[in-house]
Design a protein around this ligand. Structure first.
Ligand SMILES: [Zn+2]
Length: 244
């Protein structure tokens, strides 16, 4: 199947270089912009995936969340509405890189419906092995020694269904030690499935900086993700007028 690359829409560039980290800097940004104006679907919530509801029900109450740190974009929250969400892993990544990426996907699959596909052109999330350029810290001007991962997305109208959709790209630098790469992959996949922001706590996998003993997916990560999926979005709903 050939796919015509749909016109990218919405958003503004949001480079975010968070200062304190030496090794691990995570950038989140939008790759394209558009003004959809009156054609935009109204904000409406989708059903929360059952596996996520069940996961949260098993958690001890009162673990809290960091929902207030999650960005709501002009399209609403960056949630998926068709499950499982299809993930393609870069075939050019070496075997060790691929193994760590798959391990991170398996961790999230316990709580969220993900499926690995072999066709990047049909994937919702593409995970690419890519060396990342260094960007100076906006506050200090200092260059980090290394950037380990980043995530970005684009929004488009699916030509056949006229649904407003998004596509995520996660870039993970090759050559990182296994445990480090696993934690970076876990973190960036968290962004790609809807945690578009960072936790202020080093005990969550979505903490903005790498820590010595990287945390696993935490109760707070899951509580936050569940809250995100309860929110309204324009994504996954039909636009009323064709975009030219
Ligand atoms: Zn991040």
């Amino acid at each position: 199947m050939t796919t015509t690359r749909p016109k990218a829409l919405f958003g503004r560039t949001m480079g975010r270089s968070l200062g304190l980290a030496i090794v691990f800097l995570c950038a989140l940004f939008v790759t394209a912009r558009l003004s959809l104006a009156s054609m935009a679907p109204p904000l409406k919530a989708h059903p929360v995936p059952a596996i996520l509801i069940q996961a949260v029900q098993r958690l001890s109450p009162g673990s809290g969340d960091y929902f207030d740190q999650i960005d709501r974009k002009s399209v609403g929250y960056l949630v998926w509405s068709e499950f499982p969400v299809k993930v393609a892993i870069d075939a050019s990544g070496d075997e060790r890189w691929q193994r760590q990426v798959k391990a991170a996907i398996e961790e999230w699959r316990r709580y969220f419906p993900l499926a690995i596909v072999s066709t990047p052109e049909t994937a919702d999330i593409r995970i690419e092995a890519k060396r990342l350029g260094l960007k100076p810290d906006p506050k200090t001007g200092a260059l980090p020694r290394f950037r380990s991962g980043q995530a970005h997305y684009e929004v488009f109208v699916e030509p056949v269904t006229q649904l407003l959709k998004h596509r995520m790209t996660v870039e993970l630098a090759p050559g990182q030690a296994d445990g480090v790469l696993l934690s970076v992959a876990r973190h960036e996949i968290g962004h790609a499935i809807g945690l578009w922001g960072h936790s202020p706590s080093p005990e969550d996998s979505m903490y903005f900086s790498q820590v010595k003993n990287p945390p696993l997916i935490s109760s707070r990560d899951l509580q936050t993700l569940a809250r995100v999926y309860e929110q309204p979005t324009r994504l996954g709903w039909r636009v009323e007028t064709a975009v030219k």
